[in-house]
Design a protein around this ligand. Structure first.
Ligand code: ADP
Ligand code: MG
Length: 327
């Protein structure tokens, strides 16, 4: 079946955090080294994501906003997907529920192009100053969809979701410098140095500093596994700070979660959960990408084996002393 038919239809954009996720993933796919995210009014007033990636050629900007137009899938094979995007649904979906502005340039000549879409159609198309990269601005989200607007929480709730989304994206891309500004205030940033431990400290707080124990790297079932775990004295009331990164995507495969919790059980108080991030890189053919309308599930073919190895690594790590992180 053609790719489009294998992809579950439906809205990608559930709430402001979904917009942030899609735009940041596009920036990552564009090879950005720096990504700045600005949010106003809980994301319902404004979301802006700026990157220094490859940019979009002026003549391809309208196409980028057309449904099922993606520049990313080299052939019809979902099993070979390496990029985060491949559906060509995010920009067109956003354009139907918000005002969408793209400013982009593919080189540093200083001249780029601006495209503004209102009600899904082009309202402005003109040259604009811009260094290499892309800035996408989303204004008045869901203003034309009262039901969606009503189902969004108060700005504080949406900001919590957005922040959690950005944390997970930042952990999945520690080599990218990421910053999040909420109503003009810098609330989160990573240095882009590429170290997962540093990124974990940056997103979940300095209290983790000096309490992280490295895992691996090891190789199991064609998977390369590496990560960092906090010592048992660092606990959380929920599982929100357990992150698995499979081929560059932050995901939560249930089986792996269970194995990790089992490994920690002897050292954690009941009802408390650990802080850790584990990166798993496998050949694309060994992951199943199962697409839901709004979320994306990833299942590892060798999940049991990989989970057992991670559990073993954690038990081993918990018997060692935390290493002080480099300053
Ligand atoms: P997908 O990511 O699945 O391809 P999107 O709707 O998210 O679909 O984006 C459509 C296209 O727009 C992408 O395939 C890409 O060519 C282009 N694009 C979007 N955002 C960026 C960006 N930040 N930098 C460069 N190109 C981008
Ligand atoms: Mg995309």
């Amino acid at each position: 079946a053609p790719v489009v038919a294998r992809i579950a239809a439906g809205e990608v954009i559930e709430r402001p955090a979904s917009v942030v996720k899609e735009l940041v993933e596009n920036a990552l796919d564009a090879g950005a080294r720096q990504i700045r995210i600005d949010v106003q009014g809980g994301g319902l007033a404004l979301i802006r994501v700026s990157d220094d990636g490859c940019g979009i050629p002026a003549d391809q900007m309208p196409l980028a906003c057309a449904r099922h137009a993606t520049s990313k899938l080299p052939d019809d094979d979902l099993e070979q997907v390496r990029t985060l995007g491949f559906r060509g649904e995010a920009l067109p979906s956003i354009a139907t529920v918000a005002e969408l502005t793209l400013v982009s340039a593919t080189d540093n000549s200083g001249v780029g192009h601006r495209l503004v879409l209102r009600g899904g159609s082009v309202a402005v198309s003109e040259p604009a100053p811009r260094s290499r990269g892309t800035t996408v601005t989303v204004r008045h989200l869901f203003q034309n969809v009262p039901a969606r607007l009503a189902s969004c929480g108060r700005p504080q709730t949406e900001i919590r979701e957005i922040s959690q989304t950005v944390r997970r994206l930042a952990l999945a891309a520690p080599h990218v410098r990421m910053s999040l500004y909420i109503d003009g205030r810098l609330t989160l940033h990573t240095d882009g140095g590429g170290d997962l431990g540093e990124a974990l400290v940056a997103v979940y707080g300095a209290a983790l500093s000096g309490r992280l124990i490295p895992l691996g790297p090891i190789e199991v079932a064609s998977a390369r596994i590496a990560g960092v775990v906090a010592g048992p004295e660092v606990t959380r009331p929920g599982r929100g700070q357990i992150t698995f990164i499979v081929n560059g995507r932050a995901v939560q495969p249930r089986g792996l979660l269970a194995q990790v919790e089992t490994a920690y059980r002897p050292v954690l108080p009941r009802g408390r959960h650990p802080v850790l991030a584990v990166t798993i890189d496998v050949p694309p053919g060994l992951v199943d990408i199962n697409i839901h309308p709004a979320k994306l599930e990833v299942r590892l073919r060798a999940e049991r084996e990989i989970g057992a190895a991670i559990g073993e690594m954690i038990r081993d790590a918990l018997g060692r002393q935390p290493l002080p992180l480099r300053a």
